[in-house]
Design a binder for this molecule. Structure first.
Ligand code: 5HY
Length: 242
């Protein structure tokens, strides 16, 4: 089994964090291929960044054919539907996966993301995935994405934000709102004595289960079948990937 985990920003150091989290839960027979986008923003912290991250994500999928599943390792789940039209195997986003695995762990979960400007996107995804009744709230820890790895106080700040979120919302579990937080899930879970779900690990587990069940998208008649062929111009003139 092979699962392709794609960091849609261009920060290779963050991809290493993501890869380690993915491999920490992967089955022995599951190879994790970790990919860093080759074009687009160095981090994704706005709608603008999300939009500009999608071509690199789609290119990464097209350049890694034949995986049994693909994981979009960015909490905004950028380009998820387009990725499903291009991929030849199931595609999950880490926000989607984290919410699905947090739901059975209590009555409600809280999300702790990076900058407060990304809260709205997370709220939209909660509604989109059908968890509006189970998400007690979305909060920001106010650490920029690329500072998660460089700020020595990240773990303490995030632990405090998660503890505050549980108390404020009365929630039972935490969803970490950034792929760059993946290495802190277990430490924070122990510190606040509550389940803390990282979407990278959640996504790898769900994709492995889907692969074992023969799950697939992109059926000949389904919405996520290959897109119609057409010309693209300008910077996308040679962006032929399907
Ligand atoms: O939306 C966010 O703040 C987190 C999101 N941005 C990013 O570059 N990787 C992520 O997981």
């Amino acid at each position: 089994m092979r699962i392709c985990v794609i960091n849609p920003n261009t920060a290779a150091a963050m991809t290493e964090v993501i890869a380690a989290a993915a491999r920490s839960v992967a089955r022995p027979d599951c190879e994790i291929v970790a990919v860093t986008s080759t074009m687009g923003p160095e981090s994704i912290e706005s709608h603008y960044d999300e939009a500009l991250a999608v071509p690199g994500l789609l290119r990464a999928i097209a350049d890694n054919p034949g995986a049994d599943g693909y994981l979009v390792a960015c909490f905004g789940d950028p380009g998820l539907d387009a990725a499903r039209e291009v991929a030849d195997a199931p595609v999950l986003g880490i926000a989607e996966a984290a919410m699905h695995l947090a739901a059975p762990l209590g009555r409600t979960f809280s999300i702790v993301t990076t900058l407060d400007r990304t809260i709205g996107r997370a709220v939209d995804l909660v509604a989109h995935y059908g968890f509006a009744g189970q998400c007690g709230g979305v909060h920001a820890c106010d650490i920029p994405v690329l500072e998660l790895e460089t700020n020595p106080a990240t773990a303490d700040i995030l632990e405090k934000a998660c503890s505050e979120a549980l108390r404020t919302d009365g929630s039972d579990a935490i969803v970490l709102g950034c792929a760059g937080m993946a290495d802190l899930a277990q430490r924070i879970g122990a510190a606040i004595d509550a389940p803390v779900i990282d979407g990278v690990a959640a996504g790898v587990g769900m994709l492995a289960a889907l692969a074992a069940m023969g799950g697939r998208t992109g059926t000949a008649s389904g919405e996520f079948r290959a897109p119609p062929r057409k010309r693209y111009s300008g910077a996308l003139q040679d962006f032929e990937i399907s």
